[in-house]
Write a protein that binds this ligand. Structure first.
Ligand code: GLP
Length: 288
């Protein structure tokens, strides 16, 4: 696992988009695992910008989302299918037939989970899986005590997750679907490469547990410590509870693999007028 710390959430999102763009350019038929949530919106905006301004081509790309609520039709604006169409698919040249999410309206949910696993397998597996992290420590909707070898299945959402996602349901936790279909932890671990993006002070505690704590089913993101090629990208705020930041910063500044990303990072900073003084660095642990 590597941890890359960027100054703010925009820079973190741009780095993740740059990694995706590099992989997609090298392999146009990339099988891309996608995630939802507010954190990912900047990543999708940056991918859209690269498509429009730099011709980043999604025409052969195939995508698999991590999860979908059970009981929300695809055209419900709160469904993850709607989120993906809105944030990314309708804004780039992807073929919608190549975009996949579990069907949360399926009559036979277990059969749907098996179908989703088979589809991933038929595409040759996921090349690059994008991940967020919930405050419960989940990846996808793999809530605490999810089996670390689990496959795509139905999962009951944890109260923390329902509270976190209530904002999309008029602020009312009772309106949040209480079940979802999610790729399993084992399914995610089979992706060739994983990138977890976390930003903001609210994620600092759970990021520290996932990255530097013990591997435990109580924090399913911690299982990424077992993944042979996992990069965790955080902003300063989300990194504020990590212990090993000197080493993580050294890796990004010195390892050859990151040289091209060091050059391209800070694009948004360069666009600022030159007479603006840089903001003082936030104290570690300070609230945003
Ligand atoms: C949902 C998704 C997760 C995502 C999480 C984080 O619960 N199922 O895959 O990581 O949201 O969301 P946010 O980025 O809004 O914090």
């Amino acid at each position: 696992m590597e941890v890359i710390i960027r100054p703010d959430e925009q820079a973190a999102a741009e780095l993740v988009a740059a990694i995706i763009a590099k992989e997609l350019t090298a392999r146009p038929q990339l099988v891309l695992g996608l995630a939802t949530g507010a954190t990912m919106e900047r990543v999708y905006d940056e991918l859209v910008r690269r498509h429009r301004e730099e011709g980043l081509d999604f025409s052969l790309c195939r995508t698999f989302n991590l999860d979908e609520y059970i009981g929300l039709p695809p055209d419900d604006p709160r469904s993850y299918r709607s989120y993906m169409n809105r944030q990314l698919f309708s804004r780039v040249n992807i073929d919608l037939r190549n975009t996949h999410l579990p069907d949360g309206m399926a009559q036979d949910l277990q059969a749907e989970c098996r179908r989703y696993e088979e589809l991933i397998s038929d595409c040759g597996g996921i090349d690059l899986q994008l991940l967020g992290i919930g405050r419960s420590g989940h990846i996808g909707f793999n809530e605490p005590l999810s089996a670390l070898r689990s496959r795509t299945r139905e999962k009951a959402l944890a109260p923390t997750t329902i509270a976190q996602n209530a904002i999309y349901f008029g602020g009312d936790p009772a309106k949040v679907p209480c079940r979802a279909i999610t790729m399993g932890v084992g399914t995610i671990l089979e992706a060739h490469r994983c990138i977890l993006l976390a930003t903001g002070a609210a994620k600092a505690d759970i990021v520290a547990k996932a990255v530097e704590g013990p591997i435990t089913a109580m924090v399913t993101a911690s299982v990424l410590q077992l993944h042979p090629r996992c990069t965790v990208v955080v902003d300063e705020a989300a990194a504020s509870r990590l212990q090993g930041t000197d080493y993580y910063r050294w890796i990004f500044e010195n390892e050859p693999e990151w040289a091209e990303f060091r050059r391209s990072s800070g694009r948004h900073v360069l666009r600022k007028p030159t007479n603006v003084q840089p903001r003082p660095r936030r104290r570690a642990g300070a609230r945003r």
